[in-house]
Design a protein. Structure first.
Length: 205
């Protein structure tokens, strides 16, 4: 298999907090546009006592506008949502480091007590479960989530690529419901990133 350099296909990742705010603003505007149309329609019904006649041309124009807008959101954000390019091209990206992590009986087992990562490393997390469906999420010290994935039992393809560009000490948590004991699945200070010029939000330890 031909190995591709990480920079050739995957642009520098945008911080997930920035992505969250951007998505919140865009999708809120998208929903408000739909609600306004629904409100106008409901107002006309209550005012006139009957459903107003909507011309076919107007209806299909509005429907097409929503479809185009919705698709455009995904196209425009393709290179800004951090995990999309690396997921699409995962098979051709050479990781700088790879960590094999196992999960069983509601407990994470790491290869070392703390996973050490250098700045700008492209890291592949390979997580396997022997019993239940868990989640694997990396969280900052302020409890905001950097990324997460679902870990399906008895499968070897629970893998996630991530490029680290900020210093920080991060916690691992399960992000899927796996019964009453799932709440305790937290490994504090499990990952440390060093060598960057920027510190992660929420501080480091």
């Amino acid at each position: 298999m031909r190995t591709l350099q990480k920079g050739a296909l995957v642009p520098q990742m945008v911080d997930s907090t920035t992505v969250l705010w951007g998505q919140t603003i865009v999708y809120t505007a998208y929903v408000l546009a739909i609600l306004i149309v629904m409100g106008v329609f409901a107002y006309n019904i209550t005012r006139d006592g009957k459903s107003p006649t909507v011309k076919d041309k107007l209806f299909y124009t509005f429907a097409a506008f929503l479809v185009i807008l919705g698709m455009s959101l995904h196209v425009v954000t393709y290179n800004t949502i951090p995990w999309v390019p690396s997921d699409v091209h995962a098979s051709g990206i050479e990781a700088d480091k790879e960590f094999h992590i196992t999960v069983a009986d509601h407990e994470f087992s790491l290869p070392t007590e703390r996973l050490m990562i250098d700045c700008d490393d492209m890291v592949r997390f390979n997580v396997t479960s022997s019993d239940l469906t868990y989640g694997f999420g990396l969280f900052r010290q302020d409890n905001s989530m950097m990324f997460q994935m679902q870990v399906v039992p008895q499968r070897a393809d629970n893998k996630l690529l991530w490029e680290f560009t900020e210093n920080g000490v991060y916690n691992i948590r399960s992000t899927e419901y796996s019964g009453p004991l799932g709440y305790q699945m937290i490994v504090e200070d499990a990952v440390e990133v060093t060598g960057c010029d920027v510190d992660a939000a929420g501080g480091t330890q």
